[in-house]
Design a protein around this ligand. Structure first.
Ligand code: C5P
Length: 404
């Protein structure tokens, strides 16, 4: 599905030699699916790891590997290929190629193209951990940053050589998100955004508990969108099986009380609090420390409940609260309940939907309630909706430059 940030963008995707070249097949697919045109250029070494034929099939465009390619009639491949580019992305970027870039060398098509560019340059390093931590590489990376090159990653983890450490290339999805982030308008630049997402889990005993059907998708999509809009994002997640969006600081919790503690600790330092989590209203009073056994003569245990604190309402009532955004899933009468809930929780913005039908789905249709009344948004997939909501939140924030 095309996304606004990449639709119509022209990217030169430069591949250099490294085993991580296999990840670029998937990255190319993600970029083209999002509506970008991807012009692949490969170094000689990159062609040893994956063939130009594969990259041509995936990008739908001829792949260039040589400065002397006869297909470009003026022999100016380095100028022609970078002329229309909105950005050049080097992925994987080898230690050797980073060294070349840092020193302005231009001895093959890709390095010449980078030197002749008139657009931003993004590099996604991939190499063995010793090569990455080598002072020479670190010097080159520092030089590239100083020259305005955006360095994405690397990750840490198991490497193709069998060693473990820094230098792994970002996974295709994370590389893709970082590239989308680069093109996103930075409407939340300089802001700290705290988000809760997912369900909570309230134990009955060590093996049983009470939870709900929130998937966490909306909260994670908002965390991703806020990061892409330039915010420093802290995500407090209940038990969900979702990958952490690129560039987001995540803390996992289980119970409502743990979520409450994590939020209260951070809320005062943040500019925005978006409470998306489906927090359990009640927890079992004195959960059993031992597994509750079935009795031989039948019978069922009886549970008593106590109310959990309302995290959103607590934050909204702080002396200097962040801008608070609540979510409300209603099963009917959204207009009445949404407005009432906004007033009761004392939040400036409440986003209502007709859940629980939306739980786990990839799209959502919401209504915004604020001091001016209500605004209905059309049905959208959760990523597009998240980007829209981030813009709606950003334009409602007080301008901190006006506060002395
Ligand atoms: O009252 P209700 O649960 O419908 O309110 C939903 C909103 O309140 C959501 O933003 C949810 O994250 C937040 N909430 C909370 N703490 C609770 C219950 C709900 O922060 N204990």
């Amino acid at each position: 599905m095309a996304i606004a940030e990449l639709a119509g963008k022209h990217l030169v995707l430069g591949m250099t030699g490294g085993i991580a070249c296999y990840k670029i097949a998937e990255l190319t697919r993600l970029l083209t699916k999002a509506g970008a045109t991807v012009q692949v250029a490969m170094t000689e070494a990159a062609t040893q790891f994956i063939t130009p034929v594969t990259m041509q099939a995936l990008s739908g465009r001829p792949v260039y590997t040589s400065q002397w390619d006869g297909r470009i009639d003026n022999n100016m491949a380095h100028i022609d290929l970078s002329r229309e580019a909105d950005a050049i992305v080097i992925a994987p970027a080898s230690a050797d190629f980073l060294a070349k870039l840092a020193h302005g060398m231009a001895d093959d098509l890709l390095s010449t193209l980078c030197l002749a560019r008139d657009c931003p340059l993004l590099v996604v390093p991939a190499m063995n951990r010793q090569m990455w931590t080598n002072p020479a590489t670190q010097r080159n990376v520092a030089q590239l940053r100083a020259d305005g090159v955006l360095v994405l990653g690397p990750d840490s983890g198991v490497q193709a050589c069998g060693e473990t450490g820094d230098g792994r290339m970002l996974e295709p999805q994370a590389s893709y998100e970082a590239i989308v982030s680069f093109f996103q308008p930075k409407v939340l630049s300089g802001r700290c955004v705290l988000i809760t997402a997912g369900p909570t889990f309230e134990p009955i005993d060590p093996v049983r508990g009470i939870t709900n059907r929130s998937s966490g998708k909306m909260g994670f999509a908002l965390a991703r969108a806020a990061q892409q809009a330039g915010a420093d994002v802290r995500l407090i997640a209940g038990p969900v099986s979702l990958p952490t969006p690129w560039g987001v600081a995540r803390e996992d919790v289980e119970t409502a009380l743990q979520m409450y503690d994590a939020v209260v600790q951070r809320a005062q330092d943040c500019d925005v609090f978006i409470s998306v989590a489906a927090v359990a209203d009640w927890r079992v009073d004195r959960a059993s420390e031992e597994k509750i056994k079935k009795t031989a003569h039948g019978g069922v245990p009886s549970l008593s409940f106590v109310e959990n604190p309302d995290i959103l309402a607590t934050v909204a009532r702080l002396t200097n609260p962040p801008y608070c955004v609540g979510f409300a899933a209603e099963s009917g009468e959204l207009v009445v309940h949404g407005a009432e809930k906004r007033a009761r929780k004392q939040v400036p913005l409440l986003i209502g939907n007709l859940g629980p039908k939306t739980f786990g789905r990839d799209d959502n249709e919401v209504v915004l309630f604020d001091a001016q009344g209500l605004t209905r948004l059309p049905r959208m997939d959760k990523d597009t909706l998240a980007a829209t909501l981030v813009r709606e939140i950003a334009r409602r924030l007080p301008d901190t430059s006006l506060i002395s």
